[in-house]
Write a protein that binds this ligand. Structure first.
Ligand SMILES: [Zn+2]
Length: 122
C-alpha cells in the first residue's frame, strides 16, 4: 500500500473534475469511496476502481440535470460544497492519521475546484 498512489489517484480524480467530470452520489461498490464520472467512465478516488457507464445500468433517471451551463456549474459548486462538508465531518471522526491525510488532500482539491467553479460563475 502506497500513499503516493492514493495521492496521485486523488490528483487525477481532481483533474477529471476540472476537465468536466462530476462527482457521483453513488459510493464505490468495492470500497464505498467517492467516485468521479468522466466521459463514460466512473473512477473511484479512493481505490481507483473503474466502472464503464452503460455496461450494467440501463435506466438512468437524470431528471435533475439542468440544461444550462451556468446552472450546471452552480449545482456542481453546491455538490462540491456538500462533499467538502461531508469530508470535513469524516476527517473529524477519523482516527487513522493516514486516512485523515488522504481525506485532507482530497478536501484541498475540492476547495481548489470549488474556487475555480465559483470564479467561473462570477
Ligand atoms: Zn473504491
Amino acid at each position: 500500500m502506497s500513499s503516493e498512489d492514493s495521492a496521485s489517484r486523488i490528483r487525477s480524480a481532481a483533474s477529471l473534475l476540472v476537465k468536466g467530470g462530476t462527482l457521483t452520489s453513488d459510493a464505490c461498490p468495492k470500497c464505498g469511496g467517492v467516485q468521479v464520472r468522466f466521459a463514460n467512465k466512473t473512477t473511484c478516488i479512493n481505490c481507483g476502481n473503474e466502472v464503464k457507464a452503460g455496461a450494467a445500468q440501463k435506466a438512468e433517471p437524470e431528471k435533475a440535470a439542468p440544461a444550462q451551463a451556468s446552472s450546471g456549474l452552480a449545482s456542481a459548486a453546491s455538490l462540491i460544497e456538500e462533499k467538502i462538508m461531508l469530508l470535513a465531518t469524516e476527517i473529524k471522526n477519523e482516527s487513522d492519521i493516514s486516512v485523515q491525510k488522504q481525506k485532507a488532500e482530497l478536501l484541498e482539491s475540492y476547495l481548489r475546484i470549488l474556487e475555480k467553479t465559483k470564479s467561473l460563475l462570477g
